[in-house]
Design a protein. Structure first.
Length: 132
């Protein structure tokens, strides 16, 4: 796109059939799309923001809406300028998922509760790694 900026994206379509050849009997979405922008101003540092789209399921009677899930990913390599890191590469990664706190529900089959929370709310994952 420009120096240090990169667009990334993907799209997936899926359908399913049961043993009686009926279409879309699974509560899984048919369309999945992801688009994002990453920025890498220096080789050691990278940050990216991504939007994932999940279409609603086409199962009859399923009222689960489509939804978006926004995430942020940051990575820093300590491999430049630190003598110890040249021998044992070190990285720090931070991943923030569901930034806008989208409530995601999945249908429950054969239950008096029609939907359950499908994923946790906003989450943060971090990793500090030393490779040896």
């Amino acid at each position: 796109l420009f120096n240090h900026f990169h667009w990334q994206g993907s799209y997936t379509f899926q359908t399913n059939k049961d043993h009686e050849n009926q279409n879309n009997v699974s509560p899984m979405p048919n369309h999945l799309a992801k688009i994002g922008l990453s920025y890498q101003p220096i080789p050691e540092w990278q940050i990216g923001i991504f939007d994932q789209f999940f279409s609603k399921s086409r199962v009859t009677g399923n009222k689960t809406p489509s939804y978006h899930q926004l995430s942020l990913n940051m990575r820093y390599d300590f491999n430049h300028g630190i003598h110890f890191a040249e021998q044992y590469p070190m990285t720090f990664t931070l991943y923030l998922d569901n930034l806008v706190y989208e409530k995601i529900y999945f249908p429950v089959m054969n239950s008096s509760y029609p939907y359950i929370m499908g994923q946790p709310g906003r989450t943060i994952y971090g990793e500090f790694a030393i490779h040896f």
